[in-house]
Design a binder for this molecule. Structure first.
Ligand SMILES: NC(=O)c1ccc[n+]([C@@H]2O[C@H](COP(=O)([O-])OP(=O)(O)OC[C@H]3O[C@@H](n4cnc5c(N)ncnc54)[C@H](OP(=O)(O)O)[C@@H]3O)[C@@H](O)[C@H]2O)c1
Length: 238
C-alpha cells in the first residue's frame, strides 16, 4: 500500500480567487450540474476532508447525494458515503454539526495532544478523535499517512483555503479540480483559494493542465499535480 492516499483537491472560486464572501452566509459559487459532478467525484473516494472552519461556517453534510451512486458503492462493499475527516487545533467543534449528525459514515477528527481529551468528551461517540501527538499545527502528511494506514486509498480535500494551502505546499496533492464561477467577490476580508506559502508549482515549474470543461456558467480546470496522476475519468467525473 502507498504511504499516502491518492489525493484530489476540489474547490470552487470566484473570478477574483475567493472561496466565499466575507459575510456570514455561504456564497453559492457553482451550479446544479457542477454539484452533481462533485457528487460523482465524492462517490469514487474513500474519505472527504475539510478544515474545522468549514465545518463551523458551512455546516456541510459531506454525503453522496445521488441514491444511485450510494447504491453502487454499497453493491461494491463500501459504505454509502465516504468517511468524513476534519482537523482542528483548538477543538472548537459542536457535535450538533451536520458533519457529525448527517449519515452514518465514519468520522475522524485529527487534533493536537492538548485538545484531544476535551474534544473526545464534547463529541462523545460522534467521531473518532485522533490524537496526533502534535503540539500545535498538525503536519498534513501525518494525517495523510494515518488515513492510508486506515485503508483510505482515495482522499478528496474540499477546502477551505487554509487546508488547501497545506496540502499543496506539502506536495501531497495528486490532482486539482478548480471550478471558476462567473462572479467577483471584491472583498479582501473573504477567504482566498490559498494563503502565502512555498508552492511546488510556480513560474519555473508550471502545473500541467489536463482538462478544461464548461459546465453551464462555470468552468472546470483540472491540473495534474504529481506523477501519480491518472486520467481514468477525463471528463472530470473522477
Ligand atoms: N468554494 C469552495 O469550494 C469552498 C470549499 C470549502 C470551504 N470554503 C470556504 O472556505 C472558508 C473556510 O476556509 P478557511 O481557510 O478559513 O478554513 P478551513 O481550511 O476550512 O479550516 C481552517 C481550520 O482548520 C484547522 N486546521 C487547519 N490546519 C490545521 C493544522 N495543520 N493543524 C490543526 N488544525 C488545522 C484549524 O481549526 P481550528 O480553528 O478549529 O483550530 C483552522 O482554523 C469558508 O468560508 C468556506 O465557505 C469554500
Amino acid at each position: 500500500m502507498a504511504d499516502r492516499p491518492y489525493t484530489l483537491l476540489s474547490c470552487g472560486m470566484s473570478i477574483d480567487g475567493y472561496l466565499d464572501s466575507a459575510g456570514p452566509s455561504r456564497l453559492r459559487l457553482s451550479n446544479e450540474a457542477d454539484f452533481d459532478r462533485v457528487d460523482a467525484v465524492r462517490a469514487r473516494c474513500d474519505a472527504i476532508l475539510v478544515g474545522a472552519a468549514t465545518v463551523r461556517s458551512d455546516d456541510p453534510r459531506l454525503l453522496v447525494r445521488s441514491a444511485a451512486r450510494r447504491a453502487e458503492r454499497v453493491a461494491s462493499g463500501r459504505p454509502p458515503s465516504p468517511a468524513k475527516v476534519t482537523l482542528t487545533r483548538r477543538g472548537d467543534l459542536s457535535p450538533t454539526a451536520a458533519f457529525f449528525t448527517a449519515g452514518d459514515s465514519d468520522r475522524l477528527v485529527y487534533c493536537p495532544t492538548g485538545a484531544a481529551g476535551e474534544l473526545r468528551q464534547r463529541l462523545g461517540g460522534a467521531a473518532t478523535v485522533v490524537d496526533t501527538g502534535a503540539r500545535g499545527d498538525i503536519p498534513v502528511r501525518t494525517i495523510s499517512e494515518d488515513l492510508s494506514a486506515r485503508g483510505v486509498d482515495r482522499l478528496m480535500v474540499e477546502g477551505g483555503g487554509t487546508v488547501l494551502t497545506q496540502f499543496l505546499t506539502a506536495d501531497l496533492a495528486d490532482e486539482l479540480h478548480l471550478v471558476v464561477a462567473p462572479l467577483f467577490v471584491g472583498d479582501s476580508r473573504a477567504p482566498r483559494l490559498v494563503g502565502d506559502g512555498c508552492f511546488p508549482w510556480h513560474a519555473g515549474r508550471r502545473a500541467p493542465l489536463v482538462g478544461v470543461r464548461q459546465i453551464g456558467d462555470v468552468v472546470l480546470l483540472r491540473y495534474a499535480l504529481s506523477d501519480r496522476f491518472s486520467d481514468e475519468h477525463p471528463d472530470g467525473e473522477r
